[in-house]
Design a protein around this ligand. Structure first.
Ligand SMILES: Nc1ncnc2c1ncn2[C@@H]1O[C@H](COP(=O)(O)OP(=O)(O)OP(=O)(O)O)[C@@H](O)[C@H]1O
Ligand SMILES: [Mg+2]
Length: 330
């Protein structure tokens, strides 16, 4: 398993070593290590219960780790939480918006909670409202906001303390496609301003298109870390996914036959589905199909594609991230 732990270039914003959080006898996260470079968009990608929020809550100092260490710009989250808090902003997974306050009032309230200098507050709030494109709705009560507008207000709230590092927990969960794209644009703007963004996501396409690097999480562990393009490229040339009928006999015979083919690199069998990693599609396709036919399984579907992030997830965890996820080919 390849778990990259070194930041490629540039200064390190976050360094996590062997982080574990145990509840009773269960580890919510287990021995997690990674580094995040200053100015990058780093994604924690994983299904429900993978440990993304737990990791985030430890890094923002509201949850103590059972063991392991984490530093933000060199400051330890346990020994020096006050300094850490001065450097970060946090947008929680659960929204914390008061429906009766306007967008601007939310930001004013937070500014006074953070003791921001009064002479600077109005200018700063205007700037943030502009950044997330909420200027027109700024003086309307939040109850009139759409889901996407509420999420933008959440992000605006996270920006009030002028953070070096912004943590976004599931920034686009439940939003429609257009609102998600707009949030992605705002996150890219934050990166352009030099803010390091650490975000969690359940969405493969979000991790793929928005994040510079991702840590694939499952069952409280990091399975692999890298740039999405690099992780996909590491899987090799192309993939053939074959799904056979539910009541077919064991896949062992077919798996053995496929593994013996010269252009097949690897075969993952998972329930009624086979993932066949091939090196040279033009040479491998025909013998693979031939083997499937010869062994005599009833084939429900055959799909041929370049590796996508879903394939990366399967290759490193042994199962699909979402059982109903369609392939996200580019
Ligand atoms: N306070 C707690 N007590 C006991 N177990 C917990 C607690 N908080 C989290 N867990 C468990 O730790 C695991 C990781 O939870 P976490 O919320 O970090 O996952 P997640 O990746 O953020 O999931 P989601 O995508 O649903 O937000 C889960 O199995 C969860 O049930
Ligand atoms: Mg979560």
């Amino acid at each position: 398993m390849c778990v990259t732990q070194q930041v490629p270039d540039g200064s390190t914003a976050i360094e996590v070593v062997g982080l574990t959080k145990r509840y009773d006898k269960v580890d919510a996260i287990s021995d997690i290590s990674f580094q995040i470079k200053a100015g990058e968009i780093f994604g924690l990608l994983g299904p429900n219960g993978a440990g993304k929020t737990t990791t985030t809550r430890i890094l923002i100092t509201i949850l103590k780790p059972t063991s392991g260490t984490a530093k933000i710009h060199g400051h330890d989250i346990v020994d020096d939480p006050t300094t850490v808090r001065q450097m970060i902003g946090y947008v929680p997974q659960e929204r914390a918006i008061d429906r009766f306050l306007t967008g601007r009032e939310h930001l004013l309230l937070l500014s006074s909670l953070y003791h921001l200098p009064k002479h600077d507050t109005d200018r700063r709030i205007d700037e943030i409202l502009k950044l997330v494109n909420l200027e027109e709705q700024a003086d309307h009560p939040a109850r009139n906001y759409s889901g996407g507008m509420k999420r933008k207000l959440d992000i605006a709230c996270g920006l009030i303390p002028n953070p070096k590092v912004l943590f976004l927990d599931e920034p686009t969960l439940g939003l429609d496609v257009e609102s998600r794209f707009r949030i992605w644009e705002h996150v890219r703007d934050l990166k352009k301003r030099g803010i390091t963004v650490v975000m969690t996501t359940n969405y493969l396409d979000e991790a793929d298109q928005l994040c510079d690097r991702i840590a694939v999480m499952d069952g409280g562990r990091i399975r692999v870390i890298g740039a999405p393009a690099e992780l996909k490229a590491n899987l090799g040339g192309a993939l053939i996914s074959v799904t056979i009928g539910e009541h077919e006999r064991s896949l062992d015979e077919l798996t053995t036959a496929l593994k013996a083919l010269p252009d097949v690199r690897k075969v993952n069998a998972n329930g009624t589905c086979l993932q066949i990693f091939i090196e040279t599609p033009e040479r491998a396709l025909s013998p693979v199909l031939q083997s499937v036919m010869t062994v005599g399984h009833r084939v429900e579907s055959i799909d041929y594609h370049r590796p996508c992030l879903d394939d990366v997830f399967v290759a490193h965890t042994g199962h699909r991230m979402h059982s109903d996820t369609a392939h996200e080919n580019e």
